[in-house]
Design a protein around this ligand. Sequence first.
Ligand code: GLV
Ligand code: GLV
Length: 320
Amino acid sequence: MMKKVFITRKIEEEVIRELSSKFRVEVWPYEDQVCPREELLKHAADSHALLTMLSDQVDEELFEQAPELEIVANLAVGYDNIDVKSAAERGIIISNTPDVLTDTTADLAFSLLLATARRIVESADYIKQGNWQSWSPYLLAGSDVHHKTIGIIGMGEIGEAVAKRARGFDMNILYHNRSRNQEAEDKLHASYRTLDELVAESDFIVCLTPLTEETRGMIGTAEFSRMKNSAYLINAGRGPVVDEEALIQALQDGEIAGAGLDVFEKEPIDVSHPLLSMKNVTAVPHIGSSSVETRRTMMELCATNIARVLTGSEPVTKVQ
Ligand code: GLV
Ligand code: GLV
């Protein structure tokens, strides 16, 4: 019997067609709806591979009900939605999609920084709502980006790609990371700082660190109180790395000047959430790697990883 692959979201036809030539492929048929938990568990029960989204919880409960499962290919670089320890204990391979999304995600992080500093979204709303009365010296005046200090938290591949962009804007580059990144220091002239130093010295604090037990809530009340009142927080990593209550308070109290957010504690964020009604918050719906080209490449990489594992080879991008 052909091995079964379950894909938790409607994806590109060609990706499915190729997998279908070798395996029995079933797909949750909606592009904009999460596959319900019961459906996921039901399919996992006889699947050899799952192609999952970061919105799917892949945990002990699922593994217990999936005796045939060989690989979970997550359509993301982050894999905090997956219990990798439990997968390892069961010999289930986890793959992600690093590298292929690095530049696209860095482009988004830097766009969010620029949009927040220069009030692009607010300005676009202003003109479309018919509010433009006259050219005025301080109309929607924002903050400069060039020659300012950027502080990158999480100096992995995406952090380095953001630093590269920052160099083009003549920014002073600081970073914080679990371990020193000598290459970033040598090639990108990034200077290491402790977290306390970084938040105090930066004009733009860009958070890209993965979500782990160590990084959960890493940016909280104490960090906001150390930031300059003119500082901006940009989060394009994972929502729970920032304590959202503390962020709201910091914005309300004027501890910081604004925030650009691609990620949130709870996704999708509720439309009534206080962050969404603040003028100095630029919010976008977790679109870091969302270019047509990159999403397509990520899907192909997931499909390749699945095909390799189901035919007895190593995946190209294995988490563990
Ligand atoms: C997106 O957030 C990813 O982890 O790829
Ligand atoms: C950074 O803040 C600078 O001095 O340009």
